[in-house]
Design a protein around this ligand. Sequence first.
Ligand SMILES: [Zn+2]
Length: 615
Amino acid sequence: MSETTRRPSGDGVAALPATRRMSIIAQDPSIRRKDGTILMAQIDIPAEDLIPGPMGYRVQVVDYDASTGRYNGAHALPALLDEEPKAWAAGSPKIVGDFRFHAQNTYALVMKTLARFELALGRRVGWSFHVHQLKVAPNGLQDANAFYSRADEGLVFGYFPGRGTETVYTCLSHDIVVHETTHALLDALRERYLDPSDPDQAAFHEGYADVIALLSVFSQVELVLELLRRGPGSGDTLTDAQVRAEALRKTALFGLAEQMGTEMDAVRGDALRRSAELRPGKAWLDDPEFQEPHRRGEILVAAVMNGFLEAWTGRLELAKVPGQKRHSLIRVAEEGADIAAALATLWIRAIDYMPPVHLKFGDALSAAVTADLEARPDDRRFALRRHMLASFAAYGIEPASTRADAPGAWAHERERMRYDRVRFESMRTDKDEVFRFLWDNRDEKRLNLRMGAYTEVLSVRPCVRVGVDGFTLHETVAEYYQVARLTPAELKHKGISLPPEYVAELERLRDEKRGKREESLRAAGEEIEAQPAPDTDPVTPVYGGGVLIFDEYGKLKYHVHNDVFGGRQSARLAHLWRVGQLRAEAEGARFSTERLSALHRSRAIGARRVPAERW
Ligand SMILES: [Zn+2]
């Protein structure tokens, strides 16, 4: 680190600047400028002193290739933008084979995504596996694949032979690196979203990772400018017709999809092209083809990206001065990039307002609207909430909440809660204190915490969110979940019905097990009646839970929850049985989950043609 970048702090110790700038590939190596160089961008990330790897306080790049057993070494990254090799800033095609650059590109994009989440949420975000540093393998396997693995505590990026002579590296694709990092962050924030549930929840992990990845790509002015320049008849200005949503869809969304390396489609599933092609329609959600998680996720992506285009064109219209005929190209690009960044922030903040289990798209929309309303009450500049609601409605997604004064937002908690026995200071950080609050307010009229289910507080997080105008919002977000493991008869008593074929299978397996036991007792010459049968009635778990949002004075503002014995459980269990994720065993239910790497692999081999059974 050179002397010029350091500034003295109060105690005389040289302090680091808060951020540093790094060169990355704007999208992927296939997007070239006219002169054949790769389109590059510069991004700001939190500054830190890295050790070779690179390894910092949150990310550890391990350039180990598990397919060949080769270690590509620990890379020492340039400490400053000025110290980067000329080939990096210039976008020389040589950087595609430069492993040191691979390390920089991956490290910078993972850190940028983490910083985006932490800034939006107003707090630190840990990883789901309780280790501080996420391991990242930029060239980790020889395969057209990239994935997040909770078990490996990291991200693995593959590489594979391209159609020409060049090798294709997934770690050089902006959208793929951000997509995988988003899976890791979403898993850290909502650990139960990988559990089997409604089709929406499985679709959400994929669709959400695509949304954040695409908005991250579009938040780069360099890239948006390049796409607009390639549009038809573009000089330094654009006409009104060229900045309408339909025209922007062609130049920006399709323009990018066309430029992106199609070889990478095996990994990313061509989310951008498909979501750009998926026209608004209320029937998609019920279409059998869209029951498969990846395809269903595309509905979410299409709804967000269409809303993005509408917000962009709306902003340009609003900012026009009377008599203005043309729009400056750079201005259009900057507005687009700003809106993409603001929309990414809105969708990241939304996570805190989503129920911890059994998410539906309508819940996600209400969460997004509420989070944005709280942190950024004045929506006049970009009208993001209005555009999100309109675009989701066009795809048949209505907000879960029907609040009248603020459309789509969760209802304020109006019931008077009991606070007399809880200590607010502790409730900002202490799970036991939050549990006490739940317990004191467990009755039906307040939180309706169901007795007969096990309750656990999963997390308590104080946050300070800063709006664009410097306005700060202090909140505490606590998550709890509930589980009850009950026999078919007990579930029926709670109003939950199980699929009849499933119950028949449970009974058959239970009887078979009892028969075997009796047989072995008989063979041992023992009296069957003298040996009381163990309690072998098979049980099926049902899950519920909620999020509590407290204001800065410790008063409950929102309670977003799913009832553990609620009305949706019967339909959910029927769905899981139908798609083979719920299985009967002698002891009871067994749910099958799928790792994200497996999800991505099935995407690569074209799972989209087969509906939900692919799980
Ligand atoms: Zn994914």
